[in-house]
Design a protein. Structure first.
Ligand SMILES: Cc1cc2nc3c(=O)[nH]c(=O)nc-3n(C[C@H](O)[C@H](O)[C@H](O)COP(=O)(O)OP(=O)(O)OC[C@H]3O[C@@H](n4cnc5c(N)ncnc54)[C@H](O)[C@@H]3O)c2cc1C
Length: 316
């Protein structure tokens, strides 16, 4: 049986959903799955429930170093004789996977939206040219290393042994993270939220984003996103920007409000499962990719939509 190593991210014992999705993708291939997690032994039951046959916990000295993490994870890949190493295409996954691949003399397939690991030659699907083309790529690298776009693969409940193994981190320490200044304030990240409510220049000013915050709060599991025009104007932080020079999102539902639908914005959201566009211009390009379109003034539509979402949710 082949083995796949999955890099798992956790924070205070909570496993990130995107990591559970990567576990699900690995498990779907029928392989033996080894989850590698830095710290957080307590995550083993959750990882076992989602398909981890083995959970390798790397115990460090409290200091964080991407070089060392990559070195240690690559060592696990070698020890396990894995044919693939997967991670979420999160900031951390994007940072670590090229380093892991370099350690393994391999290459990276980044931001994949499809995988086929069942045959002798792994295949990956990923959007090219801002999502205008969908490429299927084959790998003949010694170890197939890939990052997976969040919200694209489903987590699976596939109870497995979850054998817990603890390994001390190695001494390899070149770059050290001295401190991390969290600016998100505990908010849901647009990359991981199942619902994203994004606003563009049509929102007219930063004060009106309260309307989007209210809609997001009504959904309960939503993050607020923004177009670049809005971020450049200083209305919203860059961490919320969706698009070619922002974040790529793939939520279950993407609501674009007062966003024209420039190609650079579409590059970041066109793989969303359901797209709703609200724009007063019926010819706005965003409607070409929208599943549902509302031609109207955002300032009239948003309060009505928020009330409707609240009403539906209160009936559950
Ligand atoms: C190299 C490069 C990279 C880029 N990267 C990105 C990126 O990552 N993300 C990104 O978003 N853009 C990016 N851009 C910019 C992009 O080309 C557009 O300029 C930008 O997306 C436009 O933002 P917008 O849709 O908010 O504004 P606009 O294009 O000004 O559109 C505003 C829309 O709001 C509508 N509207 C106005 N009033 C209302 C109302 N009351 N109710 C409802 N609708 C209303 C209008 O009809 C219009 O369609 C990039 C550009 C370049 C050159």
């Amino acid at each position: 049986m082949t083995t796949i190593v999955v890099l798992v991210e956790q924070s205070q014992g909570n496993v990130r959903r995107a990591s559970l999705e990567a576990l699900g993708a690995a498990k779907s291939s029928g392989a033996r799955v080894v989850a590698v997690v830095e710290g957080g032994e307590g995550t083993a039951p959750v990882l076992a429930k989602h398909g981890a046959d083995r959970v390798v916990v790397l115990k460090g000295d409290g200091r964080s170093s991407p070089d060392r993490s990559a070195h240690d994870i690559a060592a696990v890949v070698r020890e396990e004789g894995a044919k693939a190493c997967l991670a979420a295409a999160s900031s951390n996954g994007k940072q670590l996977m090229p380093r892991i691949a370099a350690e393994l003399d391999s290459t990276v397939f980044s931001d994949c939206t499809g995988l086929d690991l069942s045959g002798a030659t792994p295949k990956a699907v990923r959007p090219w040219l801002a999502g205008k083309l969908i490429a299927t790529l084959e790998s003949n690298a010694p170890v197939f290393c890939a990052t997976l776009r969040p919200n694209t693969f489903a987590p699976r409940e596939a109870p497995a042994a979850g054998e817990l193994v603890t390994k001390p981190s190695s001494a390899a320490l070149r770059a050290l993270v001295a401190s991390i200044d969290a600016k998100g304030g505990g908010k849901l990240d647009v990359k991981e939220a199942p619902v994203v409510v994004s606003g563009g220049r049509g929102m007219k000013g930063p004060e009106h984003f309260a309307l989007l915050e209210e809609l997001a709060a009504a959904f309960g599991n939503a993050a607020v996103g923004a177009s670049r025009a809005v971020v450049d104007a200083g209305w919203r932080p860059h961490s919320e920007q969706v698009g070619q020079t922002g974040k790529t999102v793939s939520p279950q539902l993407y609501v674009a409000v007062g966003i024209s639908g420039a190609i650079q914005h579409l590059a970041g959201m066109r793989t969303s499962k359901v797209i709703v566009a609200i724009n007063k211009d019926a010819d706005a390009p965003i409607f070409k990719v929208a599943d549902y379109g509302i031609v109207g003034d955002a300032f009239e539509v948003l309060p009505a939509l928020t009330a409707a979402v609240k009403a539906v949710r209160s009936q559950r």
